[in-house]
Write a protein that binds this ligand. Structure first.
Ligand SMILES: CCCCCCCC/C=C\CCCCCCCC(=O)N[C@@H](COP(=O)(O)O)[C@H](O)/C=C/CCCCCCCCCCCCC
Length: 211
């Protein structure tokens, strides 16, 4: 992974994650999250409890991707099929498979919706828009409904430490504000497509509420 965050690279990674058959390659999905975590780490220690959680989930998925059953973890579709056919998923309460690929990826999948909503707000924001408000509105509309009160409070505190809109635009390393807005316009449909494909797959297999 390169040192400097680049929105273009996130875009390329999510683009690479989609196969011709519209399956999602785990390798690139994870790589996309690694880029995003690198960005979050650059924001300071107040976000470390969030990035630690994402990193641990990435690690669980990477272990599957490199492990002895790796041939079943090439795409999200093959992972779901393999884990369900072999009873490797705790479907109603946590039991003998508390860290299945399906439940771990579901947590990142929900966060991808937050990202989509946040970036859309950033894309359409004006000079006086506040990143903390955009971030927390996107959070309340997505991830918050899956988090207990304590996490929601801690996340709310972290949002107050977010840098302003100009800093966000600069760290994306995509040129001036107009270029960033254009690149966000290009990236968002891709992120939305990856999200929707995963959402439909999980819905079809009744996996959207995995414990
Ligand atoms: C393009 C540049 C701008 C955007 C860059 C954003 C970079 C964001 C990187 C990561 C986003 C956060 C992903 C959070 C994943 C959360 C997964 C989760 O829900 N975990 C909880 C449930 O897990 P289990 O207990 O069931 O295993 C876990 O309890 C939560 C722990 C920590 C709180 C997570 C809060 C997420 C808030 C999302 C906003 C992040 C703000 C980042 C600032 C840019």
């Amino acid at each position: 992974m390169a040192d400097t965050f680049s929105l273009q690279r996130v875009l390329e990674t999510f683009r690479s994650s989609l196969s011709e058959k519209k399956e999602v390659y785990m390798k690139y999905y994870i790589a996309g999250w690694q880029e995003l975590v690198a960005f979050m780490n650059s924001l300071g220690n107040v976000f470390s409890f969030i990035s630690k959680d994402v990193v641990s989930k990435i690690q669980i998925l990477e272990n599957f991707l490199l492990g002895e059953n790796r041939s079943h973890y090439v795409t999200i579709q093959s992972m779901v099929k393999y884990e369900l056919e072999n009873d490797l998923v705790d479907l109603t309460k946590r039991g003998s498979h508390p860290e299945s690929g399906c439940r771990t990826l579901l947590r990142l999948h929900r966060a991808l919706r937050w990202l989509e909503l946040f970036l859309e707000r950033l894309r359409t924001s004006t000079e006086d828009s506040k990143t903390s408000v955009m971030c927390s509105d996107a959070y309340n509309e997505s991830l918050a409904q899956h988090h207990p009160w304590l996490i929601r409070k801690a996340v709310g505190v972290a949002f107050c430490a977010l840098p302003g809109r100009d800093t966000f635009f600069d760290v994306m390393n995509a040129g001036d504000h107009m270029q960033v807005v254009a690149l966000l316009g290009e990236s968002l449909p891709l992120i939305a497509e990856v999200y929707q494909i995963t959402e439909d797959l999980y819905a079809k297999n009744t996996l959207l509420e995995l414990p």
